[in-house]
Ligand binder design. Structure first.
Ligand SMILES: [Zn+2]
Length: 136
């Protein structure tokens, strides 16, 4: 039961996304799938830089907000300003807060209130939904 009232700067048809993204990216970003824990190379990415949306290139997280959550998914305690939006996800009989790219609406992961300070938030992201750009 996702609401479709939000509009995004980048809107593409399903066919266009399917063509642009690889199958794993497509399943996560457009179909709200979740990658298997521990599969993303971004789990161990520790260089300074920026994590960007794999769908549209929007800058999402600065590497300085990344932390080791032990979950097997890249985790952050804060997104960049206005980089992401959230919706309430009631699938799987749980209420979770879904996180998506503010520019293209691509599904990124979920946010939980058990993260470290200073925010106490844990942005649990799918690595396949992001790309890493190291600081030049
Ligand atoms: Zn995006």
């Amino acid at each position: 039961m996702s609401t479709k009232t939000e509009t995004f700067a980048i809107e593409k048809s399903d066919a266009e996304w399917r063509q642009q993204l690889d199958p794993a990216q497509y399943q996560v970003l457009r179909k709200h799938s979740t990658e298997r824990a521990g599969t993303s190379p971004l789990n161990v990415e520790k260089r300074p830089g920026t994590f960007v949306c794999a769908g549209c290139g929007e800058k999402l997280f600065d590497a300085s907000t990344k932390f080791e959550s032990g979950t097997g998914w890249p985790s952050f305690w804060a997104p960049l300003p206005e980089a992401v939006g959230t919706t309430t996800d009631r699938s799987f009989f749980m209420s979770r807060t879904e996180v998506h790219c503010a520019k293209c609406g691509g599904h990124l992961g979920h946010v939980f209130p058990d993260g470290p300070q200073p925010t106490g938030q844990r942005y649990c992201m799918n690595g396949v939904a992001m790309k890493f750009e190291d600081k030049k």
